[in-house]
Design a protein. Sequence first.
Length: 646
Amino acid sequence: MTKKTYYITTPIYYPSANLHIGNTYTTVAADAIARFKRLIGYDVMFLVGTDEHGQKIQTIAEEKGVTPKAYVDEIVAGIQNLWEMMDISYDKFIRTTDDYHKKAVQKLFKQLYDQGDIYKGSYEGWYCTPCESFWTETQAVDGKCPDCGRPVEKAKEEAYFFKMSKYADRLIAYIESHPEFIQPESRKNEMLNNFLRPGLQDLCVSRTTFNWGIPVEFDPGHVIYVWVDALSNYITALGYNGEDTSLYEKFWPADVHLIGKDILRFHTIYWPIMLMALELPLPKQVFGHGWLLVDGGVRMAKSRGNVVDPVVLVNHFGVDAVRYYLLHEIPFGSDGIFTSEIFIKKTNSDLANDLGNLLSRTVTMIEKYFDGVIPVPKDIADVDNELIEIALAAPGKVEKAIDELKIPEALDHVWALIRRTNKYIDETTPWILGKDDSQKGRLGTVLYNLAESLRMTSVLISAFLPTTSGKINAQLNVDKITWDSLSSFNGTSAGTKVNKGEVMFPRIDVEAKIEELNKLVEETRKAAQKPTMEPVKEEITIEDFEKIDMRVVKVLECLPMKKSKKLLKLKVDLGGEIRQVVSGIAQNYKPEDLIGKYVVLVANLKPVTLRGELSQGMIIAAATPDDSKLFAVSIPGELPTGSTVR
């Protein structure tokens, strides 16, 4: 029998060294859904990745004196490490710098051009570099981007455009006839009333002012602009336009694109119109969840110094405590609030008190009264049947909630079983039964029921709290952890030896821990407001240092780089050899200030091309902690050019 398939995606993140708990929320939620679908028998494809092209990346890389690819490689490795730490079970990680993706996008772009959906023109308007978005005069608000609020710049360039307006009526009709396509409902109304019905402008889909992107094959001066490149990852990752299309044929259309509400327009207007033009099926659903807010309702941002680092939380509380808060305490589809106090109190009440204490008490009593061996159930009472009834009803309720993408509600159903099991202990008083040898059979039944309820709980939470589920299984030594095993209340094998382990969720001193976390938050705020020294890099040996060849050079010529505020193009004399070097020091030097100066050059650095110009080495410069000022290291007095700096 062929398995049912399920394809879920998260946005491919723009390379950033500052992923915070708000970004992490989307991926944790998608992971829980993907894990649950696998648990109940689906063949799942869960896609994550990174969107690595664009002007912003190229500019940052040039300022750092590295290639864009080297810059993103380091950051992508950090993102992958974060997903590993958060226990994200993705099936594929796509990078838009992957060769197969680039080739597929070029074919897609050419097809749209050949059929007349893309045409060549020129663009003049306002551009937001951080958002990679163009805006009209009326859309820009007081010279600022309507999405992020940062300043926009006037831009004019030759570009290719996609005929969005051609498909607008068709998309409106589709959205109105498929109410499930955009969720929650409020997001659908926003897209229809604010963007589609007022009329769509054609979309700029290529750029010529930078080259860090996928080249337009038939017009090499252009690179394919962000949204055609980025959004198409959802099909190129499956092999679309590639040699092997079996995954595409198996999994497309996606069951759900899970995204933040800030990128809803791109996923519910640009992306479906592209698919319509390609005559491909649309994703079944785009779900735009809310933001994670802090400080009484403010969105997290590094510039505000209010970001919550998931690494810090995991190091303090463990990965499953963080996952539980994100999955249970954030209303799915709406904005949620993060506070250290609520986080710690929920960890104490739900994880330490309800679940952790239940497991500890159960295993302790089995060890005390039955030498650590799970007893055989014998005498069944009405109170047992009530617990069993709730346990057997829980799987169906959880599955229904996940089908409706109601993750907090799904966890509510699991915790209803956990709390009922704790109440069952109070009702059956096993510590009293243990004092009466004639009640040994009844005591055995109670403890078996506790173990079985915990086994079922472990299966139910395995998609949400996988580490915790594994710890429960290890202590109860259970082996029936499949979804099918939840159909009856007898999956625990009597005679199994339990293995008491460490306390899963030790109780936290709320006041002390909040004080500790507040200090960390304050340090983050100060770091955002006041530049700090970069950490000293890893130690090197004298042999490593000797590989760096630094020479004295004389600046013979210096010119500003076109379309760059930070770069200068220098001609330098290296002992009679004339070299060209591109250096990011334009904001601190006028070109004429450098001519005739003696500076230090890393002479054996592999040449790179920056903004179309060859750079044969690197000028050594000192930077302020915030990189706002750069000063070339100069040599006082004359030294022969080519002299070694030791």
